[in-house]
Design a binder for this molecule. Structure first.
Ligand code: PLP
Length: 385
């Protein structure tokens, strides 16, 4: 296994945690499409007994996840939600969670409509000012949930400052790193305990797989999470593991272009007379631009914008007219997508709650892909009019 210290990110994306397949020296791990493994005598096996516990293709991917995030352990799940679900299973009735109020709609739904019923209490708060978090921590608090940049408002939360609070109170800090990817931001390095990804998005990168990932450093925490992965069984299959591993090999190249295109689109929209506001952490006017600069390598390909006068009909017309930006849920693939958070990704958050965090009815979210930037600008020009 390539293990020399100081392997740079671009090399890790291709070689991190990987070794030749022992059977025939295959360079890419074969898709071990098997549920079980022969034992010579009970317990006499080569490290694999049953694919819910461990599968060689999934294992190769989990090692890649760990390597990319500079962590010791990686875990792959059947979806981002399954990965989040595994984290919440670390908790018990009576435990409390402090979460950012501005978060993925599906995470909010899982917290409030499933885990709240099991006696876990959630506090949804504004974390733009990180010191806010300390006010909500009490003896029952077990976990702080951070998403940064946030979906869809692209707010930035100071991971290092929150980590100093969670460490002091011995509370776990989870960072949903889906938007940033390890190319842009490495939360374990900033003091987080668990990194979560919807690998469906940038890690897979080609809109052809649904998958989730967790990365941790702590041995005990890893053991607990592997136990939950095996005991609850929300794993991903070997074919999907292969696809995401293949996707990861170009993560750095894709992200570089996503960032370039994202910047060009953000600037184009900011100068457009029919656009009210553009939410993108790369603008020096963004309230937490300095924090973004210090904890991220670049600003990514995700952005949101509202139309002049918060005009719902105008926004709907734009998403209907866009041709290259396909109107669809999801993000992070090579192709550009548009979305209307209030009726799509964030419809499960009540309107009043939505508007409190800035998700107005005219808000459009873009996942800027890696097509030619001239074509993307031409598409936006014709759609906005
Ligand atoms: C998509 C997404 C999730 C959920 O992941 P799935 O793979 O769709 O289950 C969680 N967090 C963020 C930020 C996401 O974008």
């Amino acid at each position: 296994m390539l293990k020399f210290l100081g392997m740079k990110f671009n090399t890790k994306a291709i070689h991190g945690g990987q070794s030749l397949d022992p059977a025939y020296n295959a360079v890419m791990p074969p898709i071990y499409q098997t549920s079980t493994y022969a034992q010579t005598t009970p317990g006499g096996h080569k490290g694999y007994e049953y694919s819910r516990s461990k599968n060689p293709t999934r294992n190769a991917l989990e090692n890649a996840f760990a390597s990319l995030e500079n962590g010791k352990y990686g875990l792959a799940f059947g979806s981002g939600m399954a990965a989040i679900d595994a984290i919440l299973k670390l908790l018990k009735p009576g435990d409390e969670v402090v979460s950012t109020a501005d978060l993925y709609g599906g995470s909010y739904r899982l917290f409030t409509q499933i885990y709240q019923h099991f006696g876990i209490k959630f506090h949804f708060i504004d974390m733009a000012n990180a010191s806010n978090v300390a006010k909500y921590i009490n003896t029952n608090t077990k976990l702080v949930w951070v998403e940064t940049p946030t979906n869809p408002m692209l707010n930035i939360i100071d991971i290092k400052q929150i980590a100093s609070i969670t460490k002091k109170h011995k509370v776990l800090l989870v960072v949903d790193n889906t938007f940033a990817t390890p190319y842009l931001q490495q939360p374990l390095q900033l003091g987080a305990d668990i990194i979560m990804h919807s690998a469906t998005k940038y890690l897979g990168g080609h809109s052809d797989v649904v998958m989730g990932a967790l990365i941790v450093n702590d041995d005990t925490l890893a053991e607990q999470l592997y136990f939950i992965q095996k005991a609850s069984g929300a794993i991903c299959g070997p074919q999907d593991s292969f696809l995401v591993l293949r996707g990861i090999k170009t993560l750095h190249v894709r992200m570089q272009r996503h960032c370039e295109n994202g910047k060009a689109v953000a600037e184009f929209l900011a100068n457009h007379p029919k656009i009210e506001q553009v939410y993108w952490p790369g603008f020096s006017s963004h309230p937490n631009h300095q924090i973004a600069k210090s904890q991220m390598r670049d600003f990514g390909g995700m952005l949101s914008f509202s139309t002049k006068g918060n005009n719902y009909n105008e926004s709907i017309k734009i998403v209907e007219k866009l041709k290259l930006f396909t109107l669809a849920e999801s993000l992070g693939g090579v192709e550009s997508l548009s979305g209307h958070p209030a009726s799509m990704t964030h419809a499960s958050i009540p309107k009043a709650e939505r508007e409190k965090i800035g998700i107005v009815d005219s808000l459009i979210r873009l996942s800027v892909g890696i097509e030619d930037i001239d074509d993307l600008i031409e598409d936006l020009t014709q759609a906005i009019g």
